[in-house]
Design a protein around this ligand. Structure first.
Ligand code: PEP
Ligand code: MG
Length: 595
């Protein structure tokens, strides 16, 4: 069993977790409960009753839209039998007993739509649960499902406006989309009970510069809305109701951290080059166009990974049109030129919700990335057309996610060629020589890297997934977070093989997993033959500090040591000492900043 948070004295307590987005935030907590959707009754001003029924109708329409998508996908993937469950739910939304009753409840009692939905549906559920008919008893769960769905749509805007700008959000779990919305609201930081360092909510928190701690094992049970909390995203700690001396200590830490970031900025104009003169390409991982200014601020030389799926999550819509995508991508390409932008085509599935709301038992081993795109040309082709159209405005590359088989690359290239032909016929300009690369994030690709290298233009190693697939450990599951070791020799050996295969045929190999931001790993990765590193822009200056303090020959020796290491703790300590001797100042990132 995992440790529970330690209760402190003076009503204060400490929750330890994993720091996934650096920074220190001090402020009032906001406890964000996603479930259960318990709604409080509110009186509605008589003038606003019409608006409240309209809000209910809008939530119903949104729920209908969700269910239509779910039905289509379920029917296609699982057959008519499974789809019928959702068809029944769809009918329940406007059930002639319930729908009018909710409306009249809002109108006659003058109460909020959420409470009306909850009370009407609970009443009907109780009747169904008490029924003799097994069929009806089973249907009562469906009613709960649709009640949650409607209330979720009703609450979305309301929850956001309840969160204060300068608060620290504490939740059991958050989605990447939640973080985007909260960060736009201006929160100071967030902590979750669950999650791992490479889950997408952590990646988004880093991208948006929101200090974050995950895997706190129960912060939500320790914190109440309004409690004063200190969130240390470097050390992975949440201090609840700290005493004045602790507060003062962390205020100083906060200043020191900000100062360190300022000092790192001095490296921005300097080349990322080892002491023995080997240049390393440092590129940015981007998710949102809002991050583009961070590239220049942190000295990124292009985009190594643009996760295009975040566009869909943000828009909250199933499909962003070709036109909309063209506008977005062109804006990015133009801003990044003369450097290159690498667009990874939609990597949906896994922990990134499918727009179709499809549910799987094992999503990371399921319908994900290229598998979805090859099944759904209506998603792939508009995106390809948009990327190609953007390629007329600056250097652009295409990156394929979740590749496991050569046939997927070939099938993709066939579709790319056809799409290019159509664009050419239409007289639309694009770059016909656009590079196509694959994510090396599944062991099969690393093991057959020589075969893939013969058919693609570049490799990008995705250690976030590679680690989970090599070690059979879910990247987002805090219970097994200790086994999730990106520096495991088995992972490093696959990186080495990939780099070797790439260099044998002269194609570049970059690494865009979160491992690139681990300062202990940077010299090892260069030693394994990785040519370029791509990471959230805020990390690039510190990575550059390490690169400028090492010789490539040292990297090779460290890589050999890492490959042979049987004790991760021992290697970690060794690298800490090495970094301490070679690159002053990094200890703050490694150890946190006590005192
Ligand atoms: C990876 O798997 O390492 C990667 C960069 O892709 P993502 O984190 O989006 O799965
Ligand atoms: Mg991945």
């Amino acid at each position: 069993m995992k440790d529970l948070p330690a209760a402190g004295t003076n009503g204060s307590s400490l929750c330890t977790g994993i720091g996934v987005s650096p920074g220190i935030a001090i402020g009032p907590a906001y406890l964000y409960a996603r479930i259960p959707f318990e709604v409080q009754q509110r009186a509605i001003d008589p003038d606003l009753v019409g608006a409240e029924t309209a809000r209910f109708e809008q939530a119903i329409r949104r729920a209908e839209r969700d269910l239509h998508k779910i039905i289509a996908v379920t029917r296609e993937k699982l057959g008519e039998g499974s789809a019928s469950i959702f068809e029944a739910q769809l009918l329940m939304l406007r059930d002639e007993a319930m729908y009018p009753e909710v409306i009249s409840c809002i109108e006659q009692k003058g109460i909020n739509a959420g409470f009306a939905v909850q009370s009407v549906m609970s009443k009907h559920r109780q009747i169904m649960e008490a029924s003799d008919s097994e069929y009806l008893r089973e249907r009562s769960n469906d009613l709960l499902d649709i009640q949650d769905r409607i209330i979720r749509h009703l609450r979305r805007g309301r929850i956001l406006s309840a969160v204060d700008e300068d608060s620290i959000v504490i939740a059991e779990n958050l989605t990447a989309a939640d973080i985007i919305l909260f960060s736009r609201r201006g929160i100071l930081g967030c902590a979750t009970d669950f999650g791992g360092p490479t889950s997408h909510v952590s990646i988004m928190a880093r991208a948006l510069g929101v200090p974050a701690v995950v895997s706190t094992h129960g912060a939500t049970a320790q914190v109440a809305t309004g409690d004063l909390v200190i969130l240390d995203g470097i050390r992975g700690e949440l201090l609840v109701n700290p005493d004045e001396a602790t507060l003062e200590r962390y205020r100083v830490k906060q200043k020191r951290y900000k100062r360190l970031l300022q000092e790192d900025k001095q490296l921005v104009g300097l080349p990322a080059e080892t002491l023995d003169g080997h240049p390393v390409l440092l590129q940015a991982n981007l998710e949102l166009k809002e991050e583009i200014p961070l590239m220049a601020e942190n000295g990124a030389q292009g985009v190594g990974l643009f996760r295009t799926e975040m566009l869909l999550l943000m828009e909250g819509r199933a499909i962003v049109t070709e036109e909309e995508q063209t506008v977005e991508y062109t804006r990015v390409v133009e801003a990044v030129a003369p450097h290159t932008t690498t667009f990874r085509i939609l990597d949906l599935g896994g922990d990134k919700l499918l727009p179709m709301g499809h549910r799987e038992h094992n999503p990371f081993l399921g319908w994900r990335g290229i598998r979805i795109l090859l099944d759904k040309p209506e998603l792939l082709v508009p995106q390809l057309r948009a990327i190609l159209r953007a390629s007329a405005h600056g250097p652009t590359r295409i990156l394929l996610p979740m590749i496991t088989r050569l046939s997927e690359v070939r099938q993709f290239k066939q579709i790319l060629a056809e799409t290019m032909d159509t664009l050419a016929t239409e007289g639309v300009p694009f770059d016909r020589t656009i590079s196509v690369g694959v994510m090396v994030e599944v062991p099969s690709v690393a093991l057959q890297a020589d075969l893939f290298a013969a058919e693609v233009d570049f490799f990008s190693i995705g250690t976030n997934d590679l680690t989970q697939y090599v070690l059979a450990v879910d990247r987002g599951n805090d219970l097994v977070a200790e086994i999730y070791n990106e520096l495991h020799p088995a992972v490093l050996e696959l990186i080495r093989m990939t780099a070797e295969a790439a260099h044998n045929v002269g194609i570049p190999v970059s690494l865009c997993g979160e491992l690139a931001t681990n300062l202990r790993a940077v010299p090892v990765l260069l030693g394994l033959g990785v040519d370029s590193l791509s990471a959230s822009p805020v990390y690039l200056p510190a990575m550059k500090r390490v690169i400028r303090a090492m010789k490539r020959s040292e990297g090779k020796a460290l890589a050999a040591r890492a490959l042979a290491s049987s004790d991760p703790e021992d290697f970690r300590r060794f690298m800490d000492r090495w970094l301490e001797e070679h690159a002053c100042g990094v200890s703050f990132f490694l150890e946190g900043a006590d005192g």
